[in-house]
Design a protein around this ligand. Structure first.
Ligand code: F6R
Length: 241
């Protein structure tokens, strides 16, 4: 079963995970990080930037979980832009070492396979960061996604589009499709930290940790992983027994 850590604040949660990543980078300067976007991992990135200030992180490699399809890669809310702004620049990573699924690929149906080949060639993900959707999604594996799914083009649910509308001018601007790592892809990471904050995540966290392992709640697949940790605030943990 995943370990559960309840932190006193988002900042404390971010520091807890950032310390583990900083230790890894100390031992393995070319570590492979699995990068999440959205709001939940931001405290990790800011704590990591502080912990590693002055260090040379140019050999660290990174693979993002997902990307919108049908959004200009130069749009400020494309995950390519978000990863550049929130991760690559503050941490001083080499942009050539950090990859985001190519949501704009002409051959989108085979883009997932090529992305996975790059992850394999890098030796796999050492530490994967995850958020969780209010509907239990991880990356953009919406409820119903097979637990052995691989990187592929998917359709976002209305709930996810509504949740993400806060990042856009209007709901109409939120893309309808994405290119996302699969649940099976994510489970191959050696170590996983899932971050969740706020009451809005409490039901999903409870289903993921205390419900059955089912594609109805893709995050429940983390029960099958040997080294997964949920790092929560009190509100996100409030549904746990
Ligand atoms: C982002 C991602 C999503 C988010 C999830 C939670 O790369 O894959 O699964 O982690 O939607 O988003 P936030 O953290 O914004 O609540």
């Amino acid at each position: 079963m995943p370990k559960t850590v309840i932190a006193s604040s988002k900042e404390a949660a971010g520091e807890y995970v950032a310390r583990a990543i900083a230790d890894l980078i100390d031992q393995t300067p070319d570590a492979v990080l699995g990068l999440a976007t959205g709001s939940s991992p931001l405290p990790v990135y800011s704590a990591l930037a502080q912990l590693t200030a002055g260090d040379d992180l140019s050999r660290v490699r990174g693979f993002a979980l997902d990307e919108y399809v049908g959004l200009d890669p130069a749009h400020p809310q494309s995950y390519r832009s978000v990863i550049a702004r929130e991760v690559v620049q503050p941490l001083g990573l080499d942009p050539a070492n950090v990859h985001v699924p190519p949501g704009d690929a002409a051959d989108i149906e085979t883009a997932g396979e090529r992305y996975e080949a790059m992850i394999r060639a890098a030796g796999g993900v050492d530490v994967q960061l995850l958020g969780i959707g209010s509907n239990g999604h991880i990356a953009f594996n919406e409820p119903g996604s097979p637990l052995d799914s691989r990187t592929r083009r998917e359709t976002l649910t209305e709930r996810t589009r509504l949740d993400n509308a806060r990042f856009f001018d209007s709901l109409d601007d939120v893309p309808r499709y994405c290119l996302t790592q699969g649940v099976g892809t994510i489970l191959e990471a050696k170590r996983i930290f899932l971050l969740a904050f706020g009451e809005g995540k409490a039901d999903a966290v409870r289903a993921a940790l205390e419900g059955p392992v089912t594609s109805d709640c893709p995050a429940s697949a983390l029960q099958l992983h040997p080294d997964a940790t949920f790092v929560l605030d009190e509100a996100a943990a409030s549904g746990l027994s």
